[in-house]
Design a protein around this ligand. Structure first.
Ligand code: ATP
Ligand code: MG
Length: 328
């Protein structure tokens, strides 16, 4: 069975963008692949984090994974920092990755612009991400389009290592859904919806109050036209709402355009709000039951033990190939 793997950073409450871009795809594919899902807490500290908030976000993210329909019987669920082999593997890979490649990553350019004193981890984190993926020989990585470039870098890193040292890794590929690959900010629909975004009005958080969620959608920026039509260039706000609607129902873009032909923007927004509220109501009720349960700890213990063995074996193999240590 082929492997599928993804991780999210505990940098805040999961957004509707994260849900549509990655978790939902994991849920839909969990029967098809051997699945791995982790909390990328080591990635989170590339940007300054509050210690207590980070801790609570980690547990909350695990509870959210489960509440979104991730089945612990079908997924290995674990915390990145509980498995030290990720960073060990990452170091060897870093020494086989060029500075130029990393400095060209769009996300590094974007995030480093926001801070004069950005950490060097912000530059090297895509290599740790490559390690997270190729340590398990994952074939597929469900991600939003914003992470496609990083998965492609992981491919390059795996291919280069295989060529230089002999077959070691499966070369991974991004798994990107047709719709909703990038959910945009509701206030500024030319910007990606992000959990670490400053303006909370543009972001739907899965744990938001339902009335606030409704208000955010009703207040979403649209355009001065009157037509509900998918046109990302001229109607980014409406197109984003269509993407959200399509991702959460089984309708196609065409069907939505027909359904809402000659309808007002406010009617369409109400319909979008209804499906979003329905989705997050279900998630929240299951989340509240799970958060403080012992079940989470036992799932994480199992996940850590299982994944540590795999990553350790890969690390030992890499050491052998590179010539580190004393050998067998
Ligand atoms: P941060 O702002 O801290 O980077 P983020 O919202 O970008 O947070 P990540 O943890 O970086 O979230 O990404 C988790 C997953 O969610 C990745 O697979 C990413 O591609 C996906 N994702 C993030 N934002 C969106 C979005 N707006 N639309 C679709 N997918 C998204
Ligand atoms: Mg991100």
């Amino acid at each position: 069975m082929k492997k599928m793997l993804t991780g999210l950073q505990p940098t805040g409450v999961i957004t509707l963008g994260n849900y549509i871009g990655s978790i939902k795809q994991m849920v839909e594919n969990q029967n098809k692949y051997d699945s791995y899902l982790f909390v990328a807490d080591m990635h989170a500290i590339t940007i300054a984090q509050d210690k207590d908030e980070l801790r609570s976000n980690i547990r909350s993210l695990i509870a959210l994974y489960l509440a979104c329909g991730i089945d612990p019987q079908k997924n290995k669920i674990y915390i990145q920092s509980e498995n030290e082999y990720h960073t060990n593997i990452s170091w060897i890979l870093e020494c086989n990755t060029y500075f130029g490649e990393l400095s060209r990553m769009t996300q590094f350019k974007d995030k480093s612009l926001k801070n004069v004193n950005f950490s060097s981890g912000l530059l090297t984190y895509p290599v740790l991400m490559a390690a997270d993926i190729i340590a398990y020989d994952a074939h597929y990585v469900p991600v939003g389009i914003d992470q496609k470039q990083h998965v492609e870098l992981a491919r390059d890193i795996a291919e280069r290592f295989n060529k230089k040292y002999g077959e070691t890794f499966v070369v991974p590929a991004p798994l990107i859904s047709d719709n909703g690959t990038k959910i945009m900010d509701l206030v500024d629909p030319t910007k990606k919806m992000s959990k670490s975004s400053e303006n909370k009005k543009g972001t739907i958080l899965l744990l938001d109050d339902l009335n606030i969620t409704r208000k955010k959608i009703m207040g979403a920026t649209t355009d001065s036209g009157a037509e509900i039509k998918f046109d990302e260039e001229n109607k980014p706000g409406i197109s984003n709402l269509i993407n959200i609607y399509v991702s959460l129902t089984d309708k196609s873009i065409k069907e939505v355009e027909i359904m809402f032909k000659n309808k007002k923007y406010s009617e369409f927004k109400t319909a979008v709000a209804d499906v979003v509220v329905e989705t997050i109501t279900k998630i929240q009720s299951s989340y509240n039951k799970l958060l403080n349960s012992k079940e989470i700890d036992s799932i994480l213990d199992d996940g850590r033990e299982y994944t540590k063995k795999i990553a350790k074996a890969k690390f030992e193999l890499m050491k052998e190939k590179v010539g580190l240590g004393r050998g067998e």
